[in-house]
Design a binder for this molecule. Structure first.
Ligand code: NAP
Ligand code: MG
Length: 502
């Protein structure tokens, strides 16, 4: 493992953007917090303050919800044709694409991820998501339903359904893909005509705030999108419990997901949750190891393991266990760690000192319980929040490292004897977000896919995301789906209209 040190020169707009205290977006205006408070966001490669951001709390959430309510009930948004609504969303995608480099840099600086990844994945995926959802605006359809009404013989009816926007939506997002998570949430809500109050993660508020500028430029009417940065316990909790919010959509930890659910119960607002995971990679003895070994390594090390779908449990058929583990350990050792802004960096720092501490505690606990690190296993350097890409062996099913989500670059590898055993192991977890099967026998792969209790199953690949492909969790990995037309359904109410014909 080498360490990269040189960093890319900042895009001039990035320098200007971080130099000023960033305000929040309420009712189309950039404003300070009612309290006047601000909070810092850090560059995780150095631990130094990157920018100051206005700190929203309950009072600001109240104003933002008021603005969103007014925009929903009285603004031009609801009256716009669906085609015009699509054009505005498409314009946002175009603006984002033309500012790709600036967004990639902001994302890399605020989150720590490699600039090369932000350029290739985070920003283009967000652009694509907005375009996909822009196309849906004109296709939000109900049904015409033949009804029989047995207690009114001979009567005739015209019955149909309308899919209407659920209303004012609160959206709370995490720090692992800050811009992309904003897009996953905003895209479907905007496509169906909702209005929004979004709270970005305290660690990574910058790209959402810059996106707010493009939202104004794209021509969204005032109040349609409001962005209130702040802390989860204050701004987030106020949004989740707000009596005038019709739905809350959350991505983050399962623990906080349960708090959101409780907070939402006051007015029974609709809830969707995209939560944690402990996704298994299953490698069968007939797998193509040339693509399989780098594949399962990237499944965990991509985005430093800070991926809800990270392949953090690696189950390998016994006959090839040593070969695969040696191969993955070798991949781990070759990963270049460094600041995200260095063009040769393959893995950046974790997002925060808390996250680094959390991952190191898991490593300590695993090693104390008898696991062994065949690659990595500790912190890297004394500046920034780096943790070595780690491969643990000799884990057992009761250890915390195999049961709980670490959300860092740590994979636990265990051997298995046969398919029934590995399916039992794979499903033996409170989470059910994703899973991957590596084998050349596609019939076997599809049979295994059907038996895995997970919202996504990848075959001979991992971390494939697309705006058209629904994503979400079984079990404690969540409620509902992101992306695809499934996401749109969850931002609409179905209204049945029934007319008696004379
Ligand atoms: P988190 O605490 O669940 O935070 C996610 C979002 O919820 C943030 O915007 C957060 O605000 C907000 N929040 C926190 N407490 C809240 C509350 N009581 N009411 C309303 N909103 C609240 O996640 P985290 O602390 O950033 O990361 C912890 C763990 O969550 C990770 O290690 C990982 O296991 C999991 N995680 C999962 C995903 C995923 O994609 N499924 C993504 C990120 C993290 P603040 O920013 O102020 O905390
Ligand atoms: Mg930051």
């Amino acid at each position: 493992m080498s360490t990269a040190t040189m960093t890319e020169v900042w895009h001039p707009n990035v320098g200007t953007f971080v130099a000023q205290t960033r305000k929040m977006l309420i009712n189309g205006q950039w404003v300070n917090a009612q309290s006047g408070k601000t909070f810092p966001t850090y560059d995780p490669a150095t631990g130094k303050v990157l920018a100051h951001v206005t700190e929203g709390d309950k009072a600001d959430i109240d104003l933002a919800v008021q603005a969103a309510r007014k925009a929903f009930e009285q603004g031009p948004w609801r009256k716009m044709t669906s085609s015009d609504r699509g054009k505005v969303i498409w314009r946002l995608a175009d603006l984002l694409e033309s500012n790709l480099e600036e967004f990639a840099q902001l994302e890399s600086l605020d989150n720590g991820k490699p600039l090369t990844i932000a350029r290739a994945a985070d920003v283009p995926l967000a652009v694509d998501l907005f375009r996909y959802m822009a196309g849906w605006t004109t296709k939000i359809e109900g049904n015409t339903i033949p009804i029989s009404v047995p207690y009114m013989p001979g009567a005739e009816f015209l019955a149909y359904t309308r899919r209407e926007p659920v209303g004012v939506v609160g959206q709370i997002i995490p720090w692992n893909f800050p811009l992309l998570m904003a897009a996953w949430k905003l895209g479907p809500a905007l496509a169906v005509g909702c209005t929004i109050v979004m709270k970005p993660a305290e660690q990574t508020p910058l790209s959402a705030l810059r996106l707010g500028e493009l939202i104004i430029e794209a021509g969204f009417p005032e109040g349609v999108v409001n962005i209130v940065p702040g802390y989860g316990e204050t701004a987030g909790a106020a949004l989740a419990s707000h009596p005038d919010v019709d739905k809350v959509a959350f991505t983050g930890s399962t623990e906080v997901g349960k708090l959101i659910l409780n907070a939402a119960s006051g007015n029974l607002k609709k809830v969707t949750l995209e939560l944690g995971g402990k996704s298994p990679s299953l490698v069968l003895s007939d797998a193509d190891l040339e693509s399989g070994i780098p594949g399962v390594a990237s499944a965990i090390f991509f985005n430093h393991g800070q991926c809800c779908a990270a392949g953090s449990r690696l189950y390998v058929e016994k006959s090839i266990f040593d070969t695969v583990v040696a191969g993955v350990a070798d991949q781990a050792k070759q990963i270049t760690l460094g600041p995200g802004m260095n063009p040769s960096t393959q893995m950046g720092p974790l997002v925060s000192v808390e996250q680094q501490q959390r991952v190191l505690e898991y490593l300590e606990s695993g090693l104390a319980e008898g696991a062994e690190a065949v690659a990595g296993g500790k912190r890297r350097g004394d500046q920034g929040y780096f943790v070595e890409p780690t491969v643990l062996v000799k884990t057992t099913s009761t250890m915390k490292v195999i049961q709980e989500e670490i959300f860092g670059p740590v994979v636990c590898a265990e051997p298995f004897q046969d398919v029934d055993e590995v399916i039992q192991k794979a499903n033996n977890n409170i989470y059910g977000l994703a899973a991957a099967v590596w084998t050349k026998d596609l019939s076997k792969a599809h049979r295994i896919a059907a038996r895995l209790r997970a919202g996504t199953v990848w075959i001979n690949c991992h971390n494939i995301f697309d705006a058209a492909l629904p994503f979400g969790g079984y079990k404690q990995s969540g409620w509902g789906r992101e992306m695809g037309h499934e996401a749109l359904d969850l931002y609409t109410e179905v209204k049945s209209v029934c007319a008696k014909l004379a």
